[in-house]
Design a protein around this ligand. Structure first.
Ligand code: MG
Length: 327
């Protein structure tokens, strides 16, 4: 087989069959995918959650992750914060002709590791090849189906006095990708991780709402929830963990860390009597060590930040996209 992706890989003929066997099924095969049906069959009882996302991050490799990990975690995290157990995924590649098979294999290895960690299975997929371009591009779409334990995206469950938890420090994904794009060497790693591992330790009956804080950061999530629920938030700046590298980078370039994208941070709204216990459980997970209770739900329909120097300010929805192609 050639060491680059050729147009014939996307052609469905002999080259495609070789690619499918040697590159895809070799790593990602399972009893359902290996049947190579037009569809995969499965049955499930109860409520299901279904979501989809496309991944176009540039560059496709960055400190702490790559587009493969993002494609699995991104979709599985949406299922996890919806209150579902991630079960089945579709996986579609769009790759430009000339893309390195070696790089693709690294991405597929990441996909394998991430799906094994989450416990989800890839049961259908597709590969298309587009004509050569100088950048050498790869795009991935994943859709995911999960079994719902409790619907955690119900705005009417949110009550005044509920506590707000961020499950990790914020801003690492956005700043890591910015640094990778600028070629800046750093130890800072993206927070890209499985939130299902964090969520599954918790008592869902005491979680009133959950959302992962991806594009637009925690500021976008809090404003979205405020606008849909008619309630608001009072958040303590001192309680939000931010790594020094993220803080310095944001100060230097004039970004608000609350607006920076994350790929492994959930905003949880929990019963006020459960907040301390939830925090302890989240911190016992390797991805939740920098979790904190950062504030509470208020009646006023605004997101208010009590700043560390004793002031107050409104947190607004970010204007536009700080960094295109972040995920
Ligand atoms: Mg989401």
């Amino acid at each position: 087989m050639s060491d680059i992706i050729t147009l014939s890989v996307g052609g469905g003929g002999r080259e495609f069959q070789k690619f499918l066997k040697n590159v895809i099924l070799n790593k990602l095969g399972n009893e359902m995918l290996n049947l190579l049906g037009d569809s995969s069959y499965f049955s499930m009882q109860g409520d299901l959650a279904f979501t989809t996302d496309s991944f176009v991050v540039e560059p496709e490799f960055f400190n702490g992750g790559d587009i493969g990990k993002l494609a699995v975690y991104g979709t599985c995290n949406d299922l996890a914060v919806s209150g579902a157990v991630p079960m089945y995924l579709s996986l579609s590649f769009i790759i430009s002709e000339g893309y390195s098979i070696n790089k693709l294999e690294k991405i597929i290895e990441s996909i394998k590791e991430a799906t094994e960690e989450v416990g989800a299975k890839i049961i259908c997929g597709d590969t298309k090849v587009i004509p050569y371009n100088e950048k050498g591009q790869i795009f991935i779409n994943t859709s995911g189906i999960g079994k719902v334990l409790k619907k955690l995206n119900d705005y009417s469950s949110i009550k005044k006095g509920d506590r707000v938890i961020f499950t990790s420090d914020i801003g690492r994904h956005g700043i890591s990708v910015m640094m990778a794009r600028e070629g800046i060497e750093s130890n800072l790693e993206s927070d890209c991780c499985s939130l299902y591992g964090v969520m599954k330790e918790l008592d869902y009956s005491k979680i009133h709402f959950a959302r992962d804080a991806t594009r637009g950061g925690v500021a976008a999530v809090l404003n979205e929830i405020a606008s849909m629920s008619g309630l608001g938030f009072e958040i303590e700046e001192d309680k939000i963990f931010i790594k020094d590298t993220v803080r310095y980078y944001c100060e230097f370039f004039g970004y608000d860390p609350l607006h920076i994208a994350n790929e492994g941070v959930a905003v949880l709204i929990v019963d006020k009597d459960y907040a301390d216990e939830a925090l302890e459980l989240i911190r016992s997970n390797k991805y939740g060590q920098n979790a904190n209770v950062v504030g509470s739900v208020i009646e006023k329909n605004k997101v208010i930040l009590n700043t560390s120097i004793g002031g107050k300010r409104y947190v607004e929805m970010p204007l536009g996209e700080i960094l295109p192609r972040i995920c």
